[in-house]
Design a protein around this ligand. Sequence first.
Ligand code: F6R
Length: 262
Amino acid sequence: MKVLIHNSAELAQQSVADILVHRIIARPTSVIGLATGGTMEAVYDKLIAALSDRNAPVDDLVTFNLDEYWGLPPGHPASYRSYMNARLFDPAGIPQVRTNLPDGDATDPIVESNAYEQKIKDAGGIDIQLLGIGQNGHIGFNEPTSSLASRTRLKTLTESTRKANQQYFDGAETTPKYAITMGIGTILDAEECLLLATGASKAEAVFKMIEGPLGAHCPASALQLHPRATIVLDAAAASTLQLLEYYQYVHPNGLDKHPSHA
Ligand code: F6R
């Protein structure tokens, strides 16, 4: 695991945007796994600016999002499809036909989940998967006790996840209870994983992910098994790490001198 710690959330977000632009320029046909949530909002703003500054080609990209609420039509303002269109795809000019999210409107989530797995396979697999982390250690919507070998499927959201996401809905009643999410096994199949966590509210989950025992109690700890996982943090999210000095010694100020090594 590569742990890159930046002094501020802004620097951490910029470094994630820079890593993505670098990959896109190096390989304009990249298959990119994307995440949603509050953490990614500033990343996408910075990514749009960096793509435009560097005149990066986006017409041949293919994207797969981690998850979508089940029971929400794609046009619902709080759907992840709406989020992605508004925050990245439309402003960056990424052709909608090349973007994929699970269909939150699917009548049969098993059929939809299997079809999503197949689409990822048909695209040749994911080159780089962007991830956030929940306060309970989830990645995608793989809540604690998710199988570390799980594939795309319907998951019931925990109360803590629903509470964190309630701000995007009218209230507790209308906050979705289910999501279709890539599984942990699906995420681990990506050639490279890139997780961003910012803020003190993520510090405990970050500690368990990086330094805790590998286990389903913290789904993100499965990244310990990935040969190319990069974790980008701000100082607040890194504050409870026991080997903090070591990470800072290896990568001062989050500087990555050897981007191809994990
Ligand atoms: C969303 C997703 C989730 C979020 C996580 C953190 O696509 O995959 O795992 O990354 O819930 O959300 P924020 O950034 O809102 O704290």
